[in-house]
Design a protein around this ligand. Structure first.
Ligand SMILES: O=C(O)CCC(=O)C(=O)O
Length: 322
């Protein structure tokens, strides 16, 4: 067995499926580790040339905030589809101008914080310091959709996440977030907001259909050193002919996936970064699981002062109403 180079001696110890210890590095290092668990093959060949879109004159931060203060007209069919499929893709949630403004801001924040050589760039908790990001992450528009999909009056924030898959970066491994987030509830979901039109070649988020599909892979043995878990999930889905939604996202389209939705994303085989703002929300009253694992990453940063078994309601987990 080869030890995964992204692990410390402590997290590398034990068997390959032994994840009982807590993560002991930063969350960016967690993502570097996690992305190394994606199965190949290594893609090659030329990248698809993507010309930067021209969104026209950009709105001001105040105009973006005003746009996001408006509720989104979610239909009963969309809510039903989320509950049956474990995810839903919603068209036209953001205007091209708001997307472009958010994309530019996340680019700046990543450039200031992340090694440019890293293929999958990530940054959390931007909303604490950046009012534009806060206006999106805490918005009645995005938070209101999250609450309606969960069937609750309001949701709390777990964290925000800038996720930039740079040109040529590889796949995101199959996973479901309930295996990651140390939140003891099914009432947890993530808004994945692509910050550009995202064709298949760029690696849009892709979802296994079905609210109970995760049960098929519950017993696939996790492998903290290599790619066998990702391969095991793919093989199980092939064996059960699980349907996967892996289509492109149009400009302004975004998805919401439940913590039990099994998802992946392809490699970015284009010349443009595949940028997304991912924000995770949960129903008020949810507790931390009794024993978080290293798969939960730097979870204490997101819920400071909240210990295992306790209700999550720290100042970093504000309540958002639609
Ligand atoms: O952006 C990606 O490739 C992965 C994101 C993801 O898994 C998530 O937001 O739950």
């Amino acid at each position: 067995m080869t030890t995964n180079p992204h692990l410390s001696a402590t997290t590398a110890a034990g068997t390959a499926s032994d994840v009982g210890i807590e993560w002991d590095r930063g969350n960016d290092q967690w993502w570097n580790w996690y992305m190394s668990l994606a199965d190949g093959p290594a893609a090659d060949g030329p990248l698809l040339e993507i010309a930067p879109a021209d969104p026209g004159p950009l709105p001001s931060d105040a105009e973006v905030a005003a746009e996001l203060a408006e509720p989104y007209p979610l239909t009963a069919a969309q809510v039903a589809s989320y509950r049956t499929e474990s995810f839903v893709k919603l068209p036209g949630v953001l205007t091209p101008g708001a997307l472009a403004r958010l994309r530019a801001r996340l680019r700046e924040l990543l450039a200031a914080a992340v090694d440019p050589e890293v293929g999958f760039q990530s940054l959390e908790m931007m909303w604490l310091d950046d009012p534009l990001v806060a206006s999106a992450v805490l918005s009645p528009r995005v938070g209101g959709i999250a609450a309606a999909l969960l069937g609750v009056d309001g949701v709390r924030l777990y964290h925000d996440n800038a996720l930039s898959k740079e040109p040529g970066a590889g796949r995101t491994p199959w996973h479901y977030d309930a295996h990651h987030f140390p939140l003891d509830s099914a009432a947890v979901l993530t808004a994945w907001i692509p910050l550009q039109a995202t064709p298949r070649e760029m690696g849009p988020l892709a979802f296994a259909r079905g609210a109970r599909t995760w049960e098929l892979v519950r017993d696939v043995e996790f492998d903290k050193h290599g790619t066998s878990y990702d391969r095991g999930v793919s093989a199980t889905f092939r064996a059960h002919a699980v349907a996967v939604e892996d289509g492109p996202f149009a400009t302004g389209e975004m998805s919401f996936h439940s913590a039990h939705c099994v998802h992946t994303a392809g490699a970015n085989r284009t010349t443009a970064a595949r940028m997304a703002l991912a924000t995770t929300y949960f129903a008020d009253g949810v507790r931390v699981v009794p024993a978080p694992t290293m798969v939960s990453g730097a979870w204490r940063t997101f819920v400071p002062g909240v210990g295992p078994g306790e209700v999550v309601a720290s100042p970093r987990n504000p309540l958002i109403r639609g």
